[in-house]
Write a protein that binds this ligand. Structure first.
Ligand code: NAD
Length: 390
């Protein structure tokens, strides 16, 4: 159970790049990082517009001289201070992640970067090598990975409750971009422009979320081949897709399917994962995150509720309020951020076993997401053919 007390010895001095006023994701980074006193927001380059960023930082109680015009100045000036930042979160459009993460690691900082980590596998591997060389954490915010029922699903699968795993069905299919909303919405504009979004839209933006949930639940599964078909139903988005289907063949003959869409009209969020075994299936849906469906063949379906004593200990550890009251995205992100803090502390102390024992989306998760998108695009651009996973 979590009561909000700090889990690290001292709060980590922390800054943000991006996540400024009007941004979609900045607030949840701050509310998650600051919730359990693991981090202290002391500096930032919050906005592409320096003036707006400074005003915004002042509203967050960040000292005016530590609200910087850009990330280069942030890293350079903070490095000169005795009480300079130790970690930074990057919540900017995708096209900037590689350069900012690289600069942050080179400045000796721990990094939390938004997904997708970067555009190409070569870039992702460069960041991994740099993080290893500098012995710094590079974490990626696959937010729902911190939800307790994801830990429950992982434990149930590991304990054989589903039998032999046969299929994994995933989707992240919302309807918010069923029309060209980007014409009026800057947060969507960059998402459909390859210069800022990279080689994909919904594959990188949406699909990597349930994909990571599958990696958490099924750590042994390895993709051998995949086939991807992608479409731009709003034509002006081409070559970037607003809908995609991916079929995967895993090691051991397990099959997977992932549907990513921003044009699933009427759907609010539609992020789901269903794992099907020879005996039973599990299903989790982010619109009802406190319930996990457990369906044993031949028996009535069961709904496992978050916070209840019948769950595995690892699914109860991060309870903040017990069963009955809902916990959702904000709590899940908070769980991730306190684990990020513990991982950074352990990394500073050279305790790599402690880092390994924490379930966090680290650099491997970042690299895996970029690799997957690259393979999907390669398949789709050859006309939706099966390709060997590389
Ligand atoms: P947004 O366009 O709404 O906001 C981007 C913010 O970054 C703005 O404040 C902008 O001024 C600032 N910015 C842009 N370039 C900058 C720079 N060079 N230096 C400093 N600030 C800069 O974007 P968003 O929707 O918040 O997405 C940001 C990132 O978060 C994207 O990579 C996106 O994929 C990711 N995201 C992740 C989740 C998740 O669940 N993990 C959800 C939404 C978005």
């Amino acid at each position: 159970m979590i009561y909000g007390e700090r889990k690290v010895k001292a709060p980590i001095r922390w800054a943000m790049v991006g996540g400024g006023k009007g941004s979609q994701i900045g607030y949840i980074h701050r509310s998650a990082a600051l919730r359990d006193h693991s981090f202290q927001l002391v500096a930032g380059a919050f906005d592409i517009d320096p003036e707006r960023g400074r005003d915004f930082g002042a509203g967050l109680q960040v000292a005016p001289e530590r609200c910087y015009a850009d990330y280069q100045t942030l890293f350079a000036e903070e490095a000169k201070r005795e009480d300079g930042i130790q970690a930074v979160s990057i919540a900017t459009p995708n096209g900037t992640h590689f350069a900012i993460s690289k600069a942050a690691l080179e400045a000796g900082l721990h990094v939390v970067c938004e997904k997708p980590l970067c555009f190409t596998l070569a870039e992702a591997e460069e960041l991994r090598a740099l993080a290893e060389r500098r012995q710094r954490m590079l974490c990626v915010t696959y937010g729902y990975a911190g939800h307790q029922l994801i830990s429950q699903a992982r434990a149930m699968i590991a304990n054989g409750e589903l039998g032999e795993i046969r299929m994994v069905h995933m989707q992240f299919a919302h309807g918010f971009h069923n029309e060209a909303v980007e014409l009026a919405n800057p947060s969507t504009q960059w998402r459909v422009d390859p210069r800022y979004a990279g080689p994909s839209y919904v594959l990188g933006d949406l699909a990597t979320h349930p994909l990571y949930l599958s990696e958490v639940m099924l750590p042994e599964l390895k993709i051998e081949k995949l086939l991807c078909a992608r479409q731009s139903f709003v034509q002006s988005r081409a070559p970037l897709e607003d809908n995609a289907y991916v079929l995967m063949q895993y090691s051991g003959g397990v099959m997977g399917h992932l549907w990513a869409s921003a044009v699933n009209a009427g759907s609010m969020h539609g992020q789901k994962i269903r794992v099907i075994g020879s005996r039973a299936s599990l299903e989790w849906w982010d619109e009802q995150p406190n319930q996990l469906r457990f369906e044993i063949q031949g028996e009535p379906a069961r709904i496992l509720e978050r916070g209840m004593g019948y769950l595995y200990p690892e699914a109860l550890e991060d309870d903040r309020i017990g069963g009955g009251h809902p916990e959702g995205l904000f709590e899940s992100w908070s769980n991730l951020y306190y684990r990020f803090a513990l991982a950074m502390e352990a990394c500073d102390a050279g305790e790599h076993d402690r880092v390994q024992a924490l379930h966090i989306p680290g650099i491997e998760a970042g690299v895996a997401g970029v690799r997957w998108v690259e393979n999907c695009v390669r398949s789709a651009d050859q006309g939706a053919v099966w390709v060997d996973y590389r």
